[in-house]
Design a binder for this molecule. Sequence first.
Ligand code: FES
Length: 160
Amino acid sequence: MSVLSEDIKNRIRALLPKYPRKQAVTLPALHMVHDEYRHVSPEAVVEIAEILELHPSEVQDTMTFYAFFKEKESEKLGKERVWVCRGLACMLRGAYELIDHCEHKLGVHCGQTTADGKITLEFAECIGACDGAPAILRNDEHVMNVTPEKADGLFAEIRK
Ligand code: FES
């Protein structure tokens, strides 16, 4: 039985004419599957490879090159992904304390998802928002000058 829905398979197929080679669709396809299922299982890798007429190891190689993708159901992402930056600028402005606060507040360690499935907490090395250190990336949106109170507000908003 297929793990990918017909809809997502069709969305991947629809990308093919937009790229010069099928292999170039690997990364967008991985993102599409990851966004939808919150992880990319080995079975999904095989199905992506079938659509792109690649060997599954080629898709797997692309996926593991980026630490971005979750592979196991047990590591499945929450509804939203929150990265706390611990790069130099953020570290100098309290990132480690902020990470401690977030882990305590959410009851998870970085790399884990809250029990309600709403938030996956992670750390990043620099998210390109050093002028707003300490900073958080909420999915693809920067949150700048984050205090513990601001982080709490962010989590409350996500959990609404
Ligand atoms: S070091 Fe945190 S955004 Fe650059």
